[in-house]
Design a protein around this ligand. Structure first.
Ligand code: NAD
Length: 486
């Protein structure tokens, strides 16, 4: 069993209180790690270390020197690729191919891409006229915001954490990361990488624990934290925002979703089925961008439901390294209880269960894991809880529609606004509908295709702010204007 420590000022440290908590495997519920839970003492020490680093060697580096260090971090992640894959598989139980093709490479890319952004981004300048005719020159410079509190979820832990740490460090900030209690491994491993590469001590810190009355809340409450970037549930974001109001600290939030998939009758049918299958069921449905509401134009509705059912019933549950398997469990027993409670509620609300709705029979010790069946429903009213609330499991409700206006209204009938995926061969319609759905990210004839230079974030209750490319600089730097009278 692994012993996981906090990473503060370049050292791996336990908690002064001696408090630890267990991490259980989603595969079989075995305890796989014991984690030192940071108390206020450790969180305060981490913030102090981050503050000291800002004013130390790190703060004195040129952009080029910082960029070189971040390239080094990316390369070291790639060199230790297998360690990261193993660590993430242990925490999430998801298949190896998901780790190797997407989640871990993206972690390395997050350091490279933002190093490049910072290296190449121009600053603005304006010449202005003045009454004396001599004029003045304004130019902006970007300075780091300071110590950034980074609070992360468990669903794609390394990718989502580095998506914040990469740009934060590229911009010259220092960070204190609070990974999810369900996924402590890769953030800790990244501490080893930072030390190997020679990132100055205190630039990257990790404190482990929970949210309320634990490391998460202690971190947001610490007034030495200048800004907070958070990915997680909308209601957690609301709690964090209240705390961040003390000291008027900036927040960047990537929150929940209840995303619509829209399939028009003229879509490439097989591509649309494959696309919606991925968007509803990838990572066992634990993707914020996933589609739990699917709207299919009536002429192809029945055929589409049947085709998606066949695919959902074709998944093979098993361990991440099992070559015959391609499907993993949910993150925890607790999350499974939540998802299964929605499976029951769907039936109570009158759904037709097209497939799934329960727990698969797993052999031996896997029977103790957090497995659930991919589930498809039809026939629910638009105000059903299952159609309105984020479940964050491998499930979707499919509903027919008859017109473009109707489906746009249905897609927008939600308090969330994260993403949508539209399937059609009519490009004019694709552009029209894309512009009318109130979300931060729209895909046409694809899903989860990410160019890291583009803006990422949610509308309505799905988030505040945009990260990605130069948009990340808006949050991770302060722009100062310098006005020079000529
Ligand atoms: P969560 O909100 O329960 O927890 C996220 C993190 O916040 C954890 O580290 C947790 O310990 C911490 N936390 C909880 N309460 C806190 C508090 N009061 N103060 C400080 N920290 C606190 O979310 P989760 O269950 O880990 O993740 C799933 C959620 O994340 C879903 O809603 C999903 O849609 C969302 N998500 C959004 C995006 C996006 O980009 N928009 C990406 C991935 C996940």
């Amino acid at each position: 069993m692994r012993q996981i420590q906090n990473f503060i000022g370049g050292e791996f440290v336990a908690a002064a209180s001696g408090r630890r908590f267990d991490k259980r495997s989603p595969l079989d519920n075995r305890v796989i790690a014991s984690i030192a839970e940071a108390g206020r003492t450790e969180v305060d020490a981490a913030v102090s270390a981050a503050r000291a680093a800002l004013h130390g060697e790190w703060g004195g580096l040129t952009t080029e020197q910082r960029v070189e260090l971040l390239y080094g971090v990316a390369n070291e992640i790639t060199r230790r690729f297998e360690d990261f894959v193993e660590a993430e598989m242990a925490d999430t139980g998801q298949p190896r191919h998901v780790m190797t093709s997407a989640f871990i490479p993206r972690g390395a890319a997050n350091f490279k891409v933002f190093a490049d952004v910072v290296k190449n981004v121009p600053n603005e300048s304006f010449q202005m006229a003045t009454p004396d005719g001599r004029g003045a020159l304004n130019y902006g410079i970007r300075v780091p915001k300071g110590v950034i509190g980074v609070i992360c979820p468990w669903n794609a832990p390394f990718m989502l954490m580095t998506w914040k740490v990469g740009p934060a460090l590229a911009c010259g900030n220092t960070v204190v990361v609070k990974p999810s209690e369900e996924s402590p491994h890769t953030a800790t491993l990244l501490g080893e990488v930072m030390n190997t590469v020679g990132v100055p001590k205190g630039v990257y810190n990790v404190v482990h624990g929970f949210g309320p009355d634990s490391a998460g809340e202690f971190l947001t409450q610490n007034r030495g934290v200048d800004a907070i970037t958070f990915t997680g549930e909308t209601r957690t974001g609301t709690a964090i925002m209240k705390v961040a109001a003390e000291g008027m600290r900036d927040v960047s939030f990537e929150l929940g979703g209840k995303n619509a998939g829209i399939v028009f009758a003229d879509a490439d049918f097989d591509a649309a089925v494959e696309g919606i299958f991925r968007s509803a069921f990838l990572n066992s449905g634990q993707v914020c961008l996933g589609t739990e509401r699917v709207y299919v134009e009536r002429p192809i509705f029945e055929r589409f439901v049947q085709a998606l059912k066949v695919k959902a019933e074709g998944v093979k549950f098993g361990r991440p390294d099992d070559h015959d398997a391609n499907y993993g469990p949910l993150i925890s027993q607790e999350h499974r209880q939540k998802v299964l409670s929605y499976y029951r509620k769907a039936v109570e609300e009158g759904a037709t269960v097209v497939t799934g709705g329960g727990v698969p029979q797993m052999p031996g010790e896997l029977a103790e894991g957090a497995w659930v069946e991919p589930t498809i429903w039809t026939g629910l009213p638009d105000d059903a809880a299952v159609v309105r609330e984020e479940i964050f499991g491998p499930c979707c409700h499919i509903r027919p529609f008859d017109s473009e206006n109707e489906v746009v209204a249905l897609a927008n009938d939600t308090e969330y606004g994260l993403s949508t995926t539209i399937w059609t061969k009519d490009l004019a319609r694709a552009h029209r509908v894309a512009a009318r759905v109130d979300v931060g990210i729209t895909w046409v004839n694809s899903w989860f295709l990410r160019d890291l230079r583009t803006a990422f974030g949610g509308s309505k209750q799905s988030g505040i702010g945009r990260e990605g490319g130069v948009h990340s600089l808006e949050f991770y730097t302060e722009t100062r204007n310098i006005c020079v009278k000529l």
